[in-house]
Design a protein around this ligand. Structure first.
Ligand code: ATP
Ligand code: MG
Length: 391
């Protein structure tokens, strides 16, 4: 990579924090200063991809991608605190206030043997070449440091027509990288855009390649589809394009949509295939169990809580206001609400504390919730004496 007209000495300590706090800048202003800094060192740089797409559509973005003809090594000399990928081929990452600025050197990608990662990456000195390797025209629009829009591949036209169109040949794009199949559906969902005919056909042709993707990447994209306000359309697209078998989520056909992400995953029954945290697994187990029960039953409401029962009730078409009403009327909502302590129960039975208390508590919960016993200390203790004096 040729260095062009260096105006500034290298070694400048990049201080995003100072910029950000001093001017009360927003993410875009910080990014524009990054562009200026790169350009002052003799390179060119643009904001590209998701941020520009969302900016033009009036949507907010969480991160900004920047592309430049400076190599990672050259970027590291400009931004001393930047994270540089070990293999020198990834993006240089600059993070501030949890906002990631990802700076990627213009590149051309060669053959993709595993349908996901390019086997060879070659830096190029030219924006147009870099744009050609990207996925969809709407993701190829750039912005310079003065907020001018540079749209070499006519992404704005497709944005106005609400089209998800690949850059170049759709067949080639999807066979190179199967993640693009899910990205296409994700963008069609979140933006409420249509897939072009070519994209539709190429997805159908290459859908088998979805099995080459890691479950982590598949889950990330599916999460974005399921949590979109337009999720129902995304789910319809996955069904219409016949991708459920490839994604190993055939039960999506039967799932009654809910805006609880974990409820959808729970009913897809893929806990042994897709990656989940232990908290997510616990929640899915509860949802699964509660789904098979009567969500207006006092003990079920108590045991699984309002959230799980509401979500499950919604999926089963039950009235959420009725579930909330009955839940709020429960005499106890947790074991702590029982009006007798373990010590008091042990004392009334003249026994030392022991594992037998667990059984007593379960019995008390049922008796109180089903209205057989009032949640009053004297009643509870006399109930314990009469039921458990022989323990
Ligand atoms: P978002 O950040 O909202 O998820 P995005 O389009 O910015 O959407 P990123 O993963 O941040 O997605 O990627 C930044 C840009 O890199 C994209 O806009 C696109 O130009 C390019 N890109 C990302 N993933 C791919 C891919 N699999 N194939 C080709 N180009 C890609
Ligand atoms: Mg992005």
């Amino acid at each position: 990579m040729q260095l062009m007209n260096n105006k500034k000495p290298f070694g400048f300590l990049f201080c995003l924090k100072k910029w950000y706090n001093k001017d009360g800048d927003d993410m875009l202003n910080v990014a524009k200063k990054i562009l200026s800094e790169i350009e002052e060192h003799g390179y060119v740089a643009y904001i590209v991809g998701g941020y520009v797409r969302d900016y033009l559509l009036g949507n907010t973005s969480n991160d900004i991608d920047i592309c430049t003809n400076a190599t990672p090594k050259e970027l590291k000399e400009i931004f001393l605190d930047a994270l540089v990928p070990p293999d020198d081929y990834g993006s240089v990452i600059v993070t501030f206030n949890n906002i990631q600025f990802s700076i990627t050197t213009f590149r051309r990608e060669h053959s993709y043997l595993d349908h996901r990662h390019p086997d060879e990456v070659q830096y190029v000195d030219n924006l147009y070449q870099d744009l050609l390797r990207r996925d969809f025209t709407i993701n190829s629009i750039c912005m310079d440091k003065d907020e001018n829009i540079i749209d070499l591949l006519h992404g704005k036209d497709d944005m106005n027509k609400k089209f998800i169109r690949t850059i170049g040949n759709s067949d080639q794009k999807f066979s190179q990288d199967a993640l693009r199949i899910l990205r296409a559906i994700r963008f069609a969902t979140t933006l409420d855009f249509c897939l072009t005919d070519d994209v539709n056909k190429a997805i159908t042709k290459h859908k088998k390649l979805l099995s080459s993707l890691s479950y982590e990447r598949k889950r990330e994209e599916l999460d974005k589809i399921f949590t979109s306000t337009n999720a129902k359309r995304g789910i319809s697209l996955l069904i219409e394009l016949n991708l459920l078998e490839e994604l190993e989520i055939p039960k999506l056909r039967e799932v009654h949509y809910t805006d609880s992400l974990m409820a959808i995953w729970a009913l897809l029954d893929v806990v042994s295939i897709y990656p989940f945290t232990s908290n997510e697994k616990d929640l899915m187990k509860d949802i699964h169990e509660a789904y098979l029960l009567n969500n207006l039953d006092p003990y079920v409401l108590y045991r699984y809580g309002l959230y799980v029962n509401s979500v499950v009730g919604e999926m089963k078409g039950e009235s959420s206001s009725e579930i909330t009403r009955i839940y709020n009327l429960l005499p106890i909502h947790s074991r702590r609400d029982i009006d007798a302590t373990g010590d008091e129960i042990c004392a009334c039975l003249s026994k030392a504390p022991g594992s037998y208390l667990k059984e007593i508590y379960e019995d008390l919960e049922h008796a109180i919730l089903y209205g057989k016993l009032e949640n009053k200390k004297e009643d509870i203790l006399s109930y314990c004496i009469s039921s458990y004096h022989e323990l």
